[in-house]
Write a protein that binds this ligand. Sequence first.
Ligand SMILES: [Ca+2]
Ligand SMILES: [Ca+2]
Ligand SMILES: [Ca+2]
Length: 431
Amino acid sequence: DIGNDTSYIFTGLDLQDGDRYYVNVRATDLIGNLSAVASSNGFVVDLTEPNVSSISIPTATTVPLFEDLNLAFTLSEPVLNAEVLTSAAITLPPRTDYTLVDSTTINVTVYAPFTSGDEISFTIQKLTDRAGNMGTTQEFSYPISYLADYDLDGSIGVVDFNEFVTGWSNKDLERELGPVTGSAPHLIPNRDGEYTSQDGMAFYYMWHWYNGQAGKLQAKRLPLIGDELGINYTNDQLSITPPKDAHGSEIIINYPQDQIQILSRLNTSYDGIAKSLAKTDTLTGQVLAHTLVEKENIIFDLDVRSRQEITIQVSYEFIDKGNEMIGSGFIDYILTPIPTEFSLKQNYPNPFNPITTINYDLPKDAMVNVMIYDILGREVKSLVRGVKEAGYHTVTWDSKDNAGSLVSAGIYFYQIQSKDFVKTKKMILLK
Ligand SMILES: [Ca+2]
Ligand SMILES: [Ca+2]
Ligand SMILES: [Ca+2]
């Protein structure tokens, strides 16, 4: 077909993906003269499907709730077409824009705010390269942070409490939360540019959702950092002294609930927001309190129901203004119950032979005498003489007098004497 273009179809070639091939042509005329060889520029065989080779933010990274999410999906090769679908686990898909840039990058923007604790997934599909190969569908997911989890650690803790209250006090709208709709943890924020009780409620919902979960009220075996815990108590108050630079605290106390109840106090600051958030489970004997402190002590109310020593577990963490941890620890702390007033109890057993027990209560340290008298008022025995500590005390009498001899059956009197209290009771020795 001399002088004309022509075409030829090759079949049965074993072309390799990614290799470059050339077509060489040489002509022979009727006499048999050979032409020079003409070569094509070559072509590359493309049998591979395009896919996403990297993403600007690694998948599974927690995404802040209030920031638009911008992602760049880099493709393994140029494509002619790409499609992105967005979905959310909890709510409707958020509004999304995407563009294909230079055939090799898909830029995606998803518009905040999202739903607290949601998860956003991107489906990348119909990636089509210039050879017409279409990639398989790929999916990438990102968890959304929880509302009020300012430090993105997955918990609503004392740092978040500090951030919220500081934001509220400074009218810092970056930290604003509400109003919200829905229920915790999947609250949907719709910020209105001001701090109102709705913002406080949003924080409160999230705090209670997180700290109400199983195990959150369990005292933690935290390492000792900083000084040992300053702790004191009276008959109805436990007082913890925070370190000098403390600004926020987490205290968890576990207690034997049949011997004592320990309750947090809810303090409210001058501008109406709580300075302390607490969760108490009186059935299992657990209390957790997050408190913002200004050099004052952290107070718990005590309802002591035992005369015996009571062991409680206390874990504590203190942070400074900048949310840096400045102290932590875990202690077994022993409380010696202190009565509210002087008292002398009826002896038991009564009547008795020959041993009986006498209980007496001292609300403060005191010089104390406990004496036994006979029915004529003569001293029989001095049972206690000296300074005794505040607390519940027990003494027994074995029916012996000061000389060590057993006394005869009959009516006896026992008397407690201290500076502020004198009381006498009667008992009967039977033989
Ligand atoms: Ca390809
Ligand atoms: Ca947090
Ligand atoms: Ca608001």
